[in-house]
Design a protein around this ligand. Structure first.
Ligand SMILES: [Zn+2]
Length: 253
């Protein structure tokens, strides 16, 4: 285990101790990754934790999201789901697992769909309505993965800090499913005004969840695009650039 992880666990244990809750295993955990996936995760970690020659984080927004999560007292596992022949159409996902006993929230899980991120287009058609074009100029895979990680870490902080973390996304899912069911029932007839109103409500609920994560992702992207520019266009030059800049923090135990 890297020294910083041990430090984060100690910090989390202190916070937990203050709260009277046992969160000894809090922090970002990579123990669900396979031996083949771990080196990819280490590359992403190097991007997140890279520091310049003065010791300042090279990607301060990304680093801040990571540190907030590490000392938050929450347990967040990382997963790289293997493709099953069908694209998920999603570069990442954050979910809160339920405990085996029922409805109470357990561990948070950040999933990065690496193949989908690799394949994501940076053509103009992929530009979002707010003007942001994900992965623009990022040819290095670890930088692309780090952008999605930033988005999902923002979700994790937003959702896990709620008193009822299962409810926020649960309400949206339930409302969206009901809406879809009712739209199917109205097939062939003009949409009822009530359906339109509910569709608007679902969109507002979704936007309330997505907007902070998209803003965090855009800020992270600006940092990563600067790294890509500094290293030149070649993806391999990014890791050399970062390992030189990272210094001691790039070394692992
Ligand atoms: Zn999102």
């Amino acid at each position: 285990m890297a020294l910083r992880h041990r430090f984060a666990l100690l910090a989390a244990a202190f916070l937990i101790g203050c709260a009277g809750v046992d969160l000894r295993a809090a922090g970002i955990l990579a123990d669900r990754l396979t031996p083949r996936q771990l080196p990819i995760w280490r590359e992403i970690e190097t991007v997140v934790l890279a520091r310049d020659s003065s010791g300042f984080p090279i990607h301060p927004m990304l680093y801040s999201l990571w540190q907030q999560l590490e000392i938050s007292g929450y347990l967040v596992a990382i997963e790289f789901p293997e493709p099953k022949g069908v694209s998920s159409c999603s570069g990442g996902q954050f979910v809160v697992e339920k405990t085996s006993s029922g409805e109470t929230p357990g561990i948070g899980v950040i999933r990065l769909f690496l193949q989908d991120i690799d394949r994501a287009s940076t053509a103009e058609v992929a530009r979002r309505s707010d003007g942001f074009l994900p992965f623009q100029y990022l040819s290095s895979r670890p930088l692309r993965y780090a952008e999605v990680l930033g988005h999902e870490m923002a979700h994790a902080l937003q959702i896990l800090s709620r008193e009822d973390p299962l409810r926020l996304t649960g309400d949206l899912k339930q409302e969206a499913e009901r809406l879809l069911h009712d739209i199917c029932r109205h097939k062939g007839t003009a949409f009822h005004e009530e359906i339109r109103s509910r569709a608007k409500k679902v969109e507002l609920m979704r936007e309330a969840i997505e907007k902070p994560a998209r803003e965090a992702e855009a800020a992270v992207w600006r940092e990563l695009a600067a790294t890509q520019r500094a290293a030149g266009a070649r993806p391999s030059a990014v890791s050399v650039h970062l390992s030189r800049a990272s210094g001691e923090i790039g070394k692992r135990k």
